[in-house]
Every structure is written in structure tokens, then in C-alpha cells.
Design a protein around this ligand. Sequence first.
Ligand SMILES: O=C[C@H](O)COP(=O)(O)O
Length: 332
Amino acid sequence: MRVQSTETGTMTAQLPQVHEPRNDGIPLDLDWVTAAQANRSAIERRAATLPGRRSVKKDHQAAWLCKAIACIDLTTLSGDDTPARVRRLCAKARQPVSPALLKALGMEGLTTGAVCVYHDMIETAVDALQGTGIPVAAVSTGFPAGLSPFHLRIQEIRDSVAAGAQEIDIVISRRHALTGNWQALYDEMKEMREACGDAHVKAILATGELGTLRNVAKASLVCMMAGADFIKTSTGKEPVNATLPVTLTMIRAIRDYHDRTGIKVGYKPAGGISKAKDALVYLAMIKDELGDRWLQPDLFRFGASSLLGDIERQLDHHLSGAYSASYRHAIG
Ligand SMILES: O=C[C@H](O)COP(=O)(O)O
């Protein structure tokens, strides 16, 4: 059996990579930013209907779960990270589920989208992923608070790129959004994007600290105008991380930006996404709001440390009819 279809159309778990032009950004358009709205009650009503709306079963579900794996930034961001833990994570990224399972699903060669680590672990990860094509993403700029001196944050980006990170997850200064200083946010983001060079940059908004969905919408637009390749919800360290209302707000900003500029920016929900069924809701929402093109790793990622383990468990169940113990899928 090969898992290649979904309930609503054909989809392989790893579609051929299409290369979009990067988002080089546009001048800050304050009129557009100021006019951005987010109707919290309407967004929350819509978000509340999402989990029950689309249910995918059997082979369709397995295809969507393989798609989710291909879009995971498999993450470890702990104070007690060690090279050995990062090497185990990289082994999991290379072979996210057991060879027998992959063979049965016809998904040999499936990998996660990236491995995401702190700066100090980049070289270990690059070494462990050699020959796989799996990029290393690094959280830089004084993650998670982003409050170290600005020149050090810029230097950290440069150091992370020099160490081999192909993707840089930066954190924005929340105070710029909270005080409505959109020019400062734009300038900061632009300088960070420049420091990344050819490495792609994901702008972490830390939405749980931005106060309102309207701020989330505005900060999303400003970061895209300043050249973010992806906008990302959270560090995983805020009290509230990725949510469905925040996701609707951010992906509608992405849609708006695409409608007006023709440029596609990626989306990364991160923090607290640990269940396969939640991943399916996110994928269905992306399909509905942005379309199939965004269901590829160059435009969509999950930032997650433990989601892969639950997906593996569900795929195991799909083939064997029985649930394995979660300790069998410890990493990821
Ligand atoms: O960017 C990724 C997040 O830090 C991962 O969060 P998580 O550990 O809640 O999955």
C-alpha cells in the first residue's frame, strides 16, 4: 500500500520540491498595517468549529500523517541538551518511523523537514545529518526572550549561519509590537534578515505575549514586509503557544500579503502541538485557508519536540490495529 491520497484530492507525503522566489520584503506600508484588523469573536467562533469539521480516515489519514512528518522541525530546545541527545534527535529526523512501517506505507526516504536546535548544538546536528539534505534550523537572537543587546543578536545570527544553520528562527522584540512601534519592528526584522544571508529566516512573534490578535495581525504583516521567509507563532516557552485563533489570524495575514504582493510566505505553528489529531486540524486549516501549495515543507512547518512520537504511534496503529506504548516512541 502506498499512501498517496487524501479525502479531498491527491497528495503525496513528499511532493516534488517547487522553489518559490524568496520574500525580499517591501517598504513598510504603515497605512496597510494600521488598517489591519482581527475580529476576535469571529475568529474564535470559526476556530472552534475546525476540530470537528474534517475527519480523515484510514489510508487518507496515513497520508496526511506522513505529510505532517515531512513538515516537522524536529526540535530540542532545553537547557540540558547534550550532543548525544541532539545526535539521537537527528537519527530520528533521518528515519522518523521504523523501516518496517515506512516500507508498509510505501514511504521509504521520508524524513522530517528540519532539525531545530540552539546555536551551540548546530555543528553536532550538521555533522549528524550529513548527506541527508535535512537542514538544521537554529534559534538565534537571544532566544527565547530576545532581550540581549541588539549587536549580539545580530552576531549570533552570523555565527549560526557560519556554523552551518540553513534556517534561522529569530525572536522579535515584543515591546515594539506592544507599543505600536512598527517602524522599529520593521528595521529590526530587516537587519536580522540581512544578517541571515542565504539562510531562510523564520520570525517568531511570541504571540502569547502580544496581547491582542490585532497586534498579531499587524506584527505578521510588518515581519513579512521586512523580508521574513516564515512567520512562526511561538518559542514554545510562552505561557500560551500555538493556538487555532492565532493561526487563523496569521495565515490570513499571509494570504493578504500574497494577494497584494504575489509573494508566498511560510507559516510555522510551534509550541504545545503534541498530538497527531491536532496536527491534522492544522493541516486541514492550511489547506482550506491557503491551499495545497502551502502544504509543503518549504511553506509549512510544525515546531514540535514530541509530536512525531504520537504520529508514529498512530501510524503503527493504522497498520497493526493495536496501539503501542508511548515509551516505544520516546524521541520526537
Ligand atoms: O519551536 C519549537 C518549540 O519550542 C517546540 O515546542 P514543544 O516542545 O512544545 O513541542
